[in-house]
Design a binder for this molecule. Structure first.
Ligand code: ADP
Ligand code: MG
Ligand code: MG
Length: 276
């Protein structure tokens, strides 16, 4: 009934009736919408074409083609792209469970078991991306969404890139400073996969402790902490989880854990038997 009522408000985009705003980013607003016939819920990311410079347009077309190519249960689906004279609409799978940042803010931190279940799903998504030589480059809690059944959906491929081989060097600083690997702060060419792995280490630390491993009030201070590689894991974090965090947050990218090591780590091993 609520859905029917909502169908009668708001604007229409293609077959969709747009209702309330559910999120926003730098260049976009994300709205909840319903398919007029099937009543299926979707999220529509609305972009104002006139506000997009050439660089942003290029990134957006990359975001679209990469998302269209990815089919994985833990990666947010892009169903279709609609266009109006001044706007672009990305019709996305709806993730009704909010994002990981909001969840950690409201719960303080995740339990060890919840963290394992969430991390295992992020790992599965990133493994699939990297197997398809796609680097996300903006993994952070705001971009990890949940469905209403708490299934993880990795979202926001705005900084992602498809490389030609795993050893290809990249050179643009991408993502959010608190999640950025030391090599990104050095203004040098860097390898793709290890920067996503580093961000996953920051995510893991954030999930299990509710705090960020590297915090500072300015980016230059943050840069110094990250380059020095000093962070403190609270002693109450389980030993297998601490070992995983230390294996991931290694300043030297070649010494950093790779995804296959993470998949076999002791901390995650019981997950298969714990899953309902
Ligand atoms: P930006 O590239 O501007 O950061 P995002 O794609 O990350 O845009 O979306 C911004 C926010 O909107 C997300 O952090 C999330 O809270 C919300 N959001 C985005 N997509 C969805 C979706 N499919 N379902 C529910 N909420 C979403
Ligand atoms: Mg985002
Ligand atoms: Mg983005």
């Amino acid at each position: 009934e609520q859905a029917i009522k909502e169908l009668n408000v708001g604007r229409r985009v293609g077959f969709y009736k747009v209702c309330c705003e559910i999120g926003c980013g730098n260049f976009s607003k994300v709205k909840l919408a319903f398919h007029a016939l099937t009543k299926d819920k979707v999220a529509i990311k609305v972009l104002d074409k006139l506000r997009l410079d050439l660089q942003t347009q290029r990134m957006l077309s990359r975001e679209i083609s990469i998302m269209e190519s990815l089919h994985h249960p833990n990666i947010l689906r892009l169903y279709e792209v609609l266009e109006a004279p001044s706007r672009l609409y990305l019709v996305l799978e709806y993730a009704g469970g909010g994002d990981l940042h909001a969840r950690i803010s409201s719960e303080g931190k995740l339990s060890d078991l919840e963290s394992k279940l969430v991390f295992a799903q992020i790992l599965s998504a990133v493994k699939y991306m990297h197997d398809n030589i796609i680097i996300h480059r903006d993994l952070k809690a705001e971009n990890i969404l949940f469905t209403s059944n708490s299934c993880v959906k990795v979202a926001d491929f705005g900084f992602s890139t498809k490389i030609s081989k795993r050893s290809q060097m990249l050179d643009t600083f991408c993502g959010s400073p608190p999640y950025a690997a030391p090599e990104l702060f050095k203004d040098e060419a860097y390898l793709g996969p290890p920067v996503d792995v580093w961000a996953m280490g920051v995510l893991l630390f954030f999930m299990v402790t509710g705090t960020m491993p590297f915090r500072a009030d300015t980016v230059s201070k943050l840069r110094r902490f990250v380059l020095q590689g000093v962070y403190v894991i609270p002693t109450w974090v389980s030993a297998p989880c601490q070992r995983l965090i230390r294996g991931i947050l290694k300043p030297e990218p070649t010494e950093r854990c790779v995804l296959d090591q993470m998949l076999g780590c002791e901390w995650l091993l019981p997950v298969e038997t714990l899953r309902p």
